[in-house]
Write a protein that binds this ligand. Sequence first.
Ligand SMILES: [Zn+2]
Length: 361
Amino acid sequence: MPDIQCQQCKRPYPTQGLPYRCPACGGGLAFDGPITLDLDRVEADLPGIWRYRHTFSLFPGAQVVSLGEGNTPLVWEELDGLRLGLKMEAMNPTGSYKDRGTAVLVSQLAARGARSAVEDSSGNAGASFAAYAARARLGARVFVPEAASGPKRAQIEAYGAELVCVPGPRSAAAQAVQAAAGQGAVYASHAYLPFGLPGIATIAYELYAQLGRAPGSIVAPVGHGGLLVGIQQGFTALVNSGKIPGEPYYLAVQAERCAPLWWAATHSGGGEPAEGQTIAEGVRVKTPAHLATLLELLDGRRGAVAAVAEDDILPAYRELAGRGIYVEPTSAIVWSAIQPLMGRIPEPIVLILTGSGLKYQ
Ligand SMILES: [Zn+2]
């Protein structure tokens, strides 16, 4: 089972405490090897993601903190005569895919004896964290950008978390939470702590079970990139276990107004990408935690990055709703991005629909 280590100095994660960066050198944290998946060890009597518990690298004594996340449906739609699989991640307990990672993250926090923690988010991760913290009876303080949607803010507060609205762009909320972490708070970062990635990887195992094979292509929104990195790690585990011959093609989708991954993949030389206002608030991340990993993955053979024009987002949101699929604008960007690529990327194509339309006012 892989362990967490510093990506720079390779020191192992401390045996006590919950730092979100290497305490020795400040480097980022990651698992020291691929996820080990053994389909003979799947615990079919456990709900949702927990049947894959042996892949989570849980601390000794970690309890299951669950609200029934995972096991979401795969629904088929037709576009231009081709079938598209829609992975309905909005059907998770708090209305977004984040719950898969948060359930594992909060289980790990509880195993280390945390009593309270802070988190920052455009809304979905904050709502998810607030819910699982409540479930585990942990105190939660969530920093969100002032522009975060009303339903997400109401949801965070309803779970009993302390909501801190930070004026300015998404990055201002990130700076505020890092200041709190600097004063000793446990920073339950869904972006910097790798605990949740094996939880997100369960999307890959479920798709394999639902399709009886690997998808040809995966299309997913990218903010920090944890969703796509987690899914990719899941497919790597399936390849390593001999269940599938190769990984799918990956299409990462960003909103053009804040598209640092797309910018890095398509620009060379100086300057920096914009952090513009977009209704796809869930992918408005100026400095993605998984930027380097994704740039390496999406090198043109294994995948690509698309940026969706702002004017195309609401029409995609409405078109999906017109087919009975109610997702937030952040999720709808994949519907827009896929249209020029129909027939040009491997099939079957699966779109990850990340969050509920009820989160958007
Ligand atoms: Zn280090």
